[in-house]
Ligand binder design. Sequence first.
Ligand code: NOJ
Length: 468
Amino acid sequence: MTTQLPAPTLHADPRTVDLVAREFPPGFQWGAATSAFQIEGAWNEDGKGESIWDRFCHTPDRIHGGHTGDVACDHYHRWSEDVDLMAGMGLKAYRFSISWPRVLAQGTGPVNEKGLDFYERLVDGLLERGIEPCPTLYHWDLPQALEDRWGGWRSRDTAKAMGEFAQAVARRLGSRVKKWMTINEGANAADRGYGLGKFAPGLQLPRKDVLGTRHNVMLAHGHASRALRDTLGRDNVEIGFVHDPWPTLPATRSVEDVELAKKRFRRTAGWWHDPVWLGRYPEEEWNEFGCDVPDVLAGDMELIGDRPDFMGLNLYSAQRVSATRNEGEPWMRQEAMRTDFGWYVEPDIGYWIPMFCKEMWNPPAIYVTENGCAWDVGGLDDVWRTAYHREFLSSLAQACAQGAPVKGYFAWSLMDNFEWAEGFSKRFGLVHVDFESLERTVKASGNWYSRVARENRIFDMGQGQKLA
Ligand code: NOJ
């Protein structure tokens, strides 16, 4: 575990970002993120219903190594130890998700009070230790009952049911939670689940149907937002919509490269951000999809387009583009490092994407709701992960210094966990989890990050160095 590794070269590209800022604005929120299915386990305890991910994992040949979320990190039973860990790391906020089938086993109907008890214990435990609870309502674990009854996201009824779920959660936790995220990465829920078949429920439907599931996911965001605002009062909640752009960044800062990168970025991210922030789908893409476009009914866009209070960005990797290279087509920077997933490390995503989003949609606030890397190299002495976060944060600090309204950062992930189709084979955690003993150990990156959180600035740190 103490292998000496050279610090990798994965710096932000000085050709495109000035890296002078080291400090973050006062009150910047430092946190870490997880999701229910990836850490909780206890898949059939205390009245929890089956989710589409439970079913998917229990189907042969769907998940790497036949891994399942049955136990995962056993957070359902070890939540208190995990909250202590976060407090020890000096984290100020925790992004987690609430399992819909734990709260409504059949997706609608009777509320499973024991499921809500769990989240109430967690929220209270966080607050007692000065950590802000920031729940996401939907992080891909749809109740299987809704898949069976209505075809899951193929149906507008599922979107409507999300309002019922949000209301049940809001009634129990609303007096103690202010920041809510509705949907996590709708594109993955829709496209990978119903188009590529790589995620639950594992379907490969025609494009028209997939675009329909996308629209229903957007509607679910609308129903959940309305339920939260109606139940708790508009002024008492801050609602965020979380999207994961895999954008194109400019290869240089020439005006031509930057404009081209923006245009490309808008074309992919616009389908998700335009409805939410501008109340309409982008015209160009809409026309391009021809007769495959989703059926939009009267009132849909008003529901979806009731602007959120913040934009959540999950930022991982990117391509490059230049007006003078590769005929204007994007490419992956071959000289960039790659994580265990093969994702190219492009830290200046932390500068460009908040800047682009500010210009395009002008959200009142932006949170980086996820950023992190899958690397097992170094084990507990994970100097590469430290370098990854440090370089990303240096470009994010620059975006803040230049006026992007970034208010917080959630590292993905608090701990190693169940990485969907990859099972437990990819480790993103600041905290190591031994999946046999379930023992948790803070990695060097976790120690480095805790100092960042305490001091509100980035700094260099020798590998494996422990907190003073
Ligand atoms: C985004 C997803 O929200 C999260 O669940 C996943 O583990 C990370 N990306 C890494 O793939």
